[in-house]
Structures are given as C-alpha cells and as structure tokens.
Design a protein around this ligand. Structure first.
Ligand code: 1PX
Length: 215
C-alpha cells in the first residue's frame, strides 16, 4: 500500500481535493477526484480489517484511473468530460453491455460516482445527527439508499457487518481530525454541497451519454 494511504486522515484535506477537482467551466479533474478518494481511503484504513475489502476495491479503482492519466493517452483523461468523449469516440466503452472493456475509465469512474452518492448521503446524516445517533445506522441507511442496489448479496452482507464495527458518533468525529464536534459539523456543511455538485455534474454527463448501466 502506498505511504500516502497509511497517513492520517483529515477531512479538510479531502474537501480541498474535491474543491480543486472543479474547473471554472465545471469540468471535473480526474487527478483531484482520485486524490479525494485516496484521502478517504486513509480513513477507511484506520477503521480496522473489516473495511479492508472496501479499501482494496477503492484503491484498485483509483489506480486504474491514475494509470490512464499516466499513460500516453493521459491528456484525454485530464477531466471526466474529456475521458468520456475520448472513450466513446474510440469505442473503448461497453455501451452495448458486452463486457469487452471491464476496466474502461467510464465504468471505473461510474463505480466511484455511485459511491460518491453514498458518501453524500452519509455525511449529510452525520451533519444533522444527534448525540445518541448511531454511526452504523446512518452508514447503513445511506448505503441502502444508494450503493446497495448495485451490489450482490455477499457484498451487501459483508458491508453490513463492517458497518456494525464503526466507532460511535463522537469517536468517529475525532477520526475525522477536524476539531470539536461543532467544527466537524461546520466542515460537513461545506463538504456536502460540494460533493453534491461534483456528483450532479457527473450524473448529468452520464445520463446524456447513457452510461449508467456500464457492466
Ligand atoms: C468523513 C467520512 C468519510 C468516510 C470515508 C469512507 C470512504 C469509503 C470509500 C468507499 C469506496 C467504495 C467504492 C466501491 C465501488 C464499488 O461499488 N465497487 C463494487 C463494484 O465494483 P465492480 O468492479 O465489481 O463492478 C465492488 O464489488 C465493491 C466492493 C467493495 C464493497 C463496497 C461497499 C461500499 C460500502 C460503502 C463504504 C462504507 C465505508 C464506511 C466507512 C465510514
């Protein structure tokens, strides 16, 4: 695992990455998008071995995108918009569900995009939660409302078991490394609309090109 993934999580840092991923023309820079996810993986890694399989999948998806960025086609992968155009123009995407390109940038990003919806829902629940609310329940409800519909039974069960082991609300706030609970709520208030915007831009792009069902 890369060193950066063993470092301490900081919510503010993740927020900065997602902020930098939006260009003035509302294009999404893949490098910063990936860096936001890598920041989140640091938090996952501090939550214990039950989250290992989730972290592994997130790392592998971010690695696929980074590899494209570093490849000779790198400039085409600078933004989500240019990646979609490049892969569609060159027929590098399984639009007819054949499964010939199981690692296309578009299908890989779609998995992270769906996870971003979960994150958005989870963080909004955390932001508006009360002292006694359970992190595991917030996480489970957000998952059931989003990612769960795309996962088979075994993954849903394993994810459900991992959620039970989440730290209680205050301890979870400490893991976020932002400061007092009030400061956490404040940062979450900035993070959620930002994630929402990044999500919405990708969502519309994928809708426009009919990319929501990539296998
Ligand atoms: C401030 C709080 C931050 C919390 C940070 C948590 C970061 C979570 C990162 C999760 C990234 C998950 C990516 C999942 C992508 C995915 O859906 N992959 C599946 C499909 O991929 P495939 O290539 O097969 O089509 C793959 O099968 C998934 C495997 C792993 C299970 C994913 C479960 C995700 C549950 C939501 C994350 C819960 C983490 C809870 C921590 C608070």
């Amino acid at each position: 695992m890369a060193d950066s993934e063993n470092q301490k999580f900081c919510l503010q840092e993740v927020l900065e990455s997602f902020k930098s991923c939006l260009s003035p023309e509302k294009e999404i820079y893949i490098e910063h998008y990936v860096s936001g996810w890598r920041g989140l993986v640091k938090l996952l890694n501090s939550l214990g071995s039950l989250f290992g399989f989730i972290s592994k999948d997130a790392v592998s998806k971010t690695q696929i995108l980074m590899n494209y960025l570093k490849s000779e086609n790198g400039p085409h992968y600078a933004t989500v918009q240019s990646m979609v155009k490049f892969e569609l123009d060159n027929e590098l995407v399984d639009v007819d569900k054949k499964g010939i390109y199981p690692e296309s940038g578009c299908r890989t990003l779609l998995r992270l995009h769906r996870a971003l919806r979960w994150l958005q829902l989870f963080l909004e629940r955390l932001r508006t939660s009360k002292e006694d609310d359970k992190t595991s329940v917030m996480c489970r409800d957000a998952y059931n409302e989003s990612l769960a519909q795309h996962h088979p039974w075994l993954i849903r069960k394993s994810a459900g078991m991992a959620f039970y082991s989440l730290p209680v609300r205050l301890a979870f706030f400490e893991v976020m490394n932002v400061g007092t609970p009030e400061q956490v709520v404040d940062v979450l208030g900035k993070a959620v609309p930002l994630l929402c915007e990044v999500y919405q831009i990708t969502e519309e792009l994928y809708q426009k090109h009919n990319l929501h069902d990539l296998p």
